[in-house]
Design a protein around this ligand. Structure first.
Ligand code: FES
Length: 159
């Protein structure tokens, strides 16, 4: 059901942790399973030069986060955005259908972190060009949410 590569990434995940003063942060959750994932990126000359993740989730979520960060590191923004849930799942030798949402979380967290970087650097036009308006709306919505609702994510980040 799971490939050896997936188990290997689960047992020995790459890029776990946090980045001090990240250029972009993306947190996504799955309301069904309750899993939570945060990606942080450092960008230089339009290249993701560092990336870290924290995942409070299942084994597939950990493995998909690990491989997604590995693939994104060193890539230009445009290239990193091609890391879709299918690309992530394929890189791990496939995932059972009921686990596809786990790799969806990893690609979504990456897109959110990139969008956060672009908006913090005032590249709003580029957000539109790259089709990241949905992510921008979510990020802006998070800012206007009640503090109580975001505190859970903050607690998770500050662990
Ligand atoms: S079961 Fe929810 S991310 Fe895997």
């Amino acid at each position: 059901m799971y490939s050896e590569k997936l188990f290997e990434h689960f047992r020995n995940p790459r890029n776990v942790g946090e980045i001090e003063n990240p250029d972009g942060v993306g947190t996504v959750g799955n309301p069904v399973c309750g899993d939570l994932m945060t990606f942080m990126i450092k960008v230089k000359d339009d290249v993701i030069e560092d990336i870290k993740f924290k995942t409070f989730g299942c084994g597939a979520a950990i493995a998909t986060s690990s491989i997604a960060t590995e693939m994104a590191k060193g890539k230009k923004i445009e290239e990193a955005l091609k890391i879709s849930k299918k690309v992530v799942a394929d890189a791990l030798g496939g995932l059972p259908p009921q686990k596809m949402h786990c790799s969806n979380l990893a690609s979504d967290a990456l897109r959110m972190a990139i969008t956060d970087y672009l908006r913090k650097t005032n590249q709003i036009e580029r957000i539109k060009e790259l089709g990241l308006e949905k992510e921008l709306k979510i990020l802006e919505g998070e800012e206007t949410e009640e503090h109580e609702e975001t505190s859970e994510v903050e607690e998770f980040l500050n662990d």
